[in-house]
Design a protein around this ligand. Structure first.
Ligand code: UDP
Ligand code: MN
Length: 296
């Protein structure tokens, strides 16, 4: 049976059935609080598809494409999502942009649709990135929250390269950061300035999670986005900005409220890292960081 060696209980969930942690003995397949860490080979994608289809879910995927990020990344993100993201399920994309008319018309499969929401363009890229938490919070309290049962929130500067299915669904989902998953805990780049709402004290922090991908139920994401937006607001009022912006606040949230599921770095991988034996089949690949082009 698939037993979590740390929590000493079976590793199972509503979407993957029983997991097979023994299929990946070389990696950590569950957290100290008993949440599965999903690696290729530990789940059966067909079982996950069937279980999700039985529940007749609508799954939301939100993405922001503001300024030059729209022309540079959005089309490939959406095209590859059509090929790989939750194929066979009902999907609703929410694209947030200041230029709705410029959103590319990507052909969508049956049961899939795209909605465009207008957002203001902030002058600093950090403010666009951080502003996502408040905007998402409002959207989750509105039509997005009524339409979708589960939602994934993603960066646009990446594309899908492999099947990303219902095995990733859970009440709350965090992504292990590709550059940091093998680092010693004390070196992880958490916010350490105790004045910041995002601060973690020495010894705190389980994993370093990547803000380019998080997800969960609408209720869980309402709580997550409220927490992060509030922390960002509080820091700003004190003249502070956490080291990694919204990502620092996301990491604080997941320290206080442990994710129900953790995705291995295979789900959001950076090709710049090079080959790693444990990374079998990446599902999302980061685009090269062409900051001079998109942030100028
Ligand atoms: N973003 C955007 N326009 C901007 C800055 C950010 O649309 O001017 C959105 C976009 O979805 C991007 C995300 O915010 O992927 C996070 O920013 P970025 O990817 O540059 O941050 P990084 O991944 O490098 O930390
Ligand atoms: Mn990014």
């Amino acid at each position: 049976m698939g037993v979590c060696p740390l929590a000493r209980r079976p590793l199972r969930d509503n979407f993957t059935g029983l997991l097979r942690p023994w299929a990946r003995p070389e990696v950590l397949t569950c957290t100290s609080w008993g949440a599965p860490i999903i690696w290729d080979g530990t789940f059966d994608p067909d079982v996950a598809q069937q279980k999700a289809a039985q529940q007749n879910l609508t799954i939301g995927l939100t993405v922001f494409a503001v300024g030059r990020y729209l022309e540079k990344y959005l089309e490939r993100f959406l095209e590859t999502a059509e090929r790989h993201f939750m194929v066979g399920q009902r999907v609703v994309y929410y694209v947030f942009t200041e230029r709705p008319a410029a959103v590319p018309r990507v052909p969508l499969g049956p049961g899939r649709r795209l909605r465009v929401e207008r957002v203001a363009r902030e002058p600093r890229w950090q403010d666009v990135s951080m502003g996502r938490m408040r905007t998402l919070h409002e959207a989750l309290g509105g039509r997005l929250g009524r339409e979708a049962r589960f939602v994934f929130c993603m960066d646009v500067d990446q594309h899908f390269s492999g099947a990303f299915g219902p095995e990733a669904l859970a009440e709350s989902v965090a992504q292990l950061h590709a550059w940091h998953y093998h680092w010693p805990r004390r070196l992880l780049p958490f916010e350490r300035d105790a004045r910041s709402a995002a601060a973690l004290a020495p010894g705190e922090g389980d994993f370093y999670y990547h803000a380019a991908l998080f997800g969960g139920s609408v209720a869980a994401l309402r709580a997550l986005t409220a927490h992060c937006a509030q922390g960002l607001r509080q820091d700003r009022a004190r003249g502070l900005e956490a080291r990694w912006h919204d990502e620092s606040h996301l990491n604080k949230f997941f320290w206080l409220h442990k994710p129900a599921k953790v995705l291995s770095p295979e789900f959001c991988w950076s090709p710049d890292i090079g080959r790693r034996a444990e990374i079998r089949r990446p599902r999302l690949l980061w685009a090269p960081k062409e900051y001079a082009l998109v942030r100028a």
